[in-house]
Write a protein that binds this ligand. Structure first.
Ligand code: SF4
Ligand code: SF4
Length: 337
């Protein structure tokens, strides 16, 4: 191995490479869980890479839906605290939209005063991203500037060229993996790079043809023109849209156990009435339509103010999971590009 620009991994070498990596790291990858592709701990065997980006996103491994922040033990009136150290992990197959979601969450949980559990997981995770050469129905990453090709934020980037993968390092950790497992890699041909560009251009056209074509700046301006009362009538307040969204990150904290126990952090969502209800019973957003409006305001106004990035990355998961008849993005017909 002479340089560190681009390499080629033959298809049949992927699983042996992951097996070697799994000797020292927890490998998380898209696998079939009860017949559905999901990011989960890989225990060998087949990967679910041919399917669309899993509904269960890799964000679960950075911000779990439920986590123990620390345990507390009381003895003679004094408390002692303990917490689990983060696990060394490699996430394989993370798509460009989810990488962009991670950048947004970095701007919230990793900013001036970092959230310690999040920062620990972030530091101990290696990301092997996968460019989207066959995007799913309803994806609109191109509108949100988050795909189909990844731009930074990964340690290694793979592009499926059919007979194998083009592999590009994005960090010293990525270069280390290439060197430590070099028997699986060969120098890429300049033609492989051209093939990658061709496939990503095709994927970009496909996304425009099949998904909603939106302008996020116009969505921001269109929010106040939407009939939120009507949208609220079609929503079932199941909260599914938030739970699958890789950018939604609201949570509740509760202590379980007296005098000894654990402090838990659990995902919550502004779609549910209990989220903004106060101890007095007063609720600043009692109507479902108001809560839906707030959901979009957060993504298109408040998160951009905080992070400089939109709070939506165009992964399309919220539309895939919606049980109601909230045609989420046609709410903003006038925001079409
Ligand atoms: S709002 Fe919907 S499309 Fe946007 S990132 Fe969240 S789940 Fe994906
Ligand atoms: S997934 Fe659909 S029905 Fe459920 S809360 Fe979201 S918008 Fe409402």
């Amino acid at each position: 191995m002479t340089g560190t620009s681009a390499f080629f991994l033959r298809r049949e070498d992927l699983v042996p490479l992951l097996e070697e990596l799994a000797e020292t790291l927890e490998v998380v990858a898209p696998v079939l869980v009860e017949g559905e592709a999901a990011f989960a701990t890989w225990r060998g065997g087949a990967l679910a890479l041919d399917d669309k980006n899993p509904l269960a996103s890799p964000m679960e491994f950075f911000l779990p839906k439920k986590e123990v922040l620390f345990r507390y033990v009381q003895y003679s009136g004094r408390y002692t605290f303990s917490e689990d150290p983060p696990r060394a992990r490699l996430i394989f197959g993370m798509r460009p939209c989810d990488l962009q979601a991670l950048k947004v969450i970095d701007g919230i949980f990793g900013a001036e005063l970092p959230d310690i559990p999040y920062a620990g997981r972030r530091r101990s995770t290696i990301i092997v991203a996968l460019n989207c050469t066959s995007p799913g129905e309803g994806c609109f990453c191109r509108s949100m500037g988050s795909g189909p090709g990844a731009e930074g934020g990964y340690d290694l980037l793979l592009t499926d060229l059919g007979r194998g993968y083009l592999v590009e390092p994005g960090s010293p950790a990525g270069v280390y993996i290439l060197r430590a497992h070099q028997r699986h890699f060969e120098e890429a041909d300049p033609e492989d790079q051209r093939e990658k560009e061709r496939l990503l251009a095709l994927a970009g056209e496909e996304i425009i043809k099949r998904g909603p074509s939106l302008n996020p700046e116009k969505i921001r301006e269109a929010i106040d023109g939407v009939d939120w009362e009507e949208a609220g009538r079609r929503c079932l307040a199941c909260g599914g849209c938030s739970l699958v969204c890789p950018v939604c990150h609201c949570f509740s904290v509760l202590d379980q156990g007296v005098p000894d126990g654990e402090r838990l952090r659990c995902r919550d969502t502004c779609i549910l009435s209990g989220f903004s209800r106060m101890t007095s019973g007063a609720n600043p957003r009692p109507a479902l339509g108001e809560r839906l409006r707030h959901w979009y305001l957060d993504k298109f106004v408040y998160i951009p103010e905080k992070t400089g990035l939109f709070g939506c990355v165009g992964c399309g998961r919220c539309s895939r999971v919606c049980l109601g008849e909230v045609d989420r993005w046609s709410l903003f017909k006038e925001a079409a590009e």
